[in-house]
Design a binder for this molecule. Structure first.
Ligand code: GLU
Length: 304
């Protein structure tokens, strides 16, 4: 089987499909992105890579960064982390306040906004210089010093972040945020503003295909068991209210972001990233979903 020709085939096929999605215009800066962008990049365990389209152009990774903040906090707290955030799919929108009141401020999982805010709070408590240390961590696991926050995107989101501000204050009132909400939100908006291209992102996530071990430095980022758990969470909670559909149609652990990026991991085999900014009604990249569905169908490289 030739992975390159399968990717070419799926890319060309999905490029022609009419895009029924919409840009995530609730973050003003994201409304300015060229909606036709479409890139894909695969990195295999032997660190060979192949990409197509706009795979070298940086985009806002948004919620995909929630996996990285979770990994960093999990390294520090170990399993105590699950006292602050649960591991169940929420069945609600990613920015919902609904379940928090009845569930005493414990978010359903670390990938909905409520959960990511609690993880941000943990990092704020544990790190001396959270923004710099988080960025260093991301650069270290990817062996890539070129990764940066986008001040423009972070500021743009902060100006209209009413829902996240509400969430953070609400969780604080329920006792599961220890720092000042303004500080937690500033850190959260920054981590969502990280910019990477498909190639960089697929190389960064390779440690999750390699049982938690960095393929470049051989550093153990997570233990094998921890890495398995992060993949399990991506499988069950990585795609907002469409995680079941993603497992059903694509069959890989992964995470999407409202910037239109999707990263998916096949343990022991490869990571793949697709970027196409228009989102379907559940907030996942319209063409990204279609591409991955076609790719795992044609290559038979899903985990099921
Ligand atoms: N920064 C975005 C928000 O909080 C992230 C959403 C996402 O990518 O799911 O609304």
């Amino acid at each position: 089987m030739n992975i390159k020709s399968i990717i070419e085939n799926c890319y060309n096929q999905v490029k022609e499909i009419e895009n029924e999605g919409h840009l995530a215009a609730y973050i003003p800066e994201l409304a300015n992105i060229d909606p036709e962008k479409f890139g894909v990049y695969i990195t295999t365990m032997d660190q060979n890579g192949f990409g197509m389209g706009d795979c070298s152009e940086k985009f806002s990774i948004q919620s995909i960064a929630k996996v990285l903040s979770l990994v960093m906090a999990y390294r520090i707290l170990g399993k105590k982390i699950w006292e602050r955030v649960d591991v169940e799919p929420s069945g609600n929108a990613f920015n919902s306040l609904l379940q928090l009141e009845v569930e005493n401020g414990i978010p359903r999982n670390p990938f909905i906004n409520a959960g990511a805010l609690v993880i941000s709070d943990i990092l704020l408590t544990e790190l001396d210089n959270p923004k710099a240390e988080f960025l260093d961590f991301v650069r270290r696991i990817s062996n890539n010093p070129n990764i940066k926050y986008s001040r423009k995107i972070a500021e743009s989101e902060k100006k209209v972040g009413y829902r996240n501000i509400a969430l953070c204050n609400f969780i604080k009132s329920l006792g599961n945020i220890n720092n000042e909400p303004d500080d937690v939100l500033d850190f959260y908006f920054n981590l969502c503003s990280l910019e990477m291209n498909c190639k960089e992102l697929s190389e960064l996530f390779l440690f999750l295909a390699n049982n938690g071990c960095c393929t470049y430095s051989k550093e153990e980022i997570l233990t094998e068991r921890q890495s398995k758990r992060i993949n399990a969470l991506m499988q069950t909670c990585g795609f907002y209210d469409e995680s079941g559909e993603f497992a059903f149609e694509v069959g890989l652990p992964g995470k999407s972001g409202v910037g239109g990026g999707i990263v998916a991991v096949h343990p022991d085999q490869y990571t793949i990233v697709v970027w196409s900014p228009k989102l379907n009604k559940n907030g996942n990249s319209f063409k990204g979903m279609k591409f991955l569905e076609a790719f795992t169908t044609k290559s038979k490289l899903s985990i099921f």
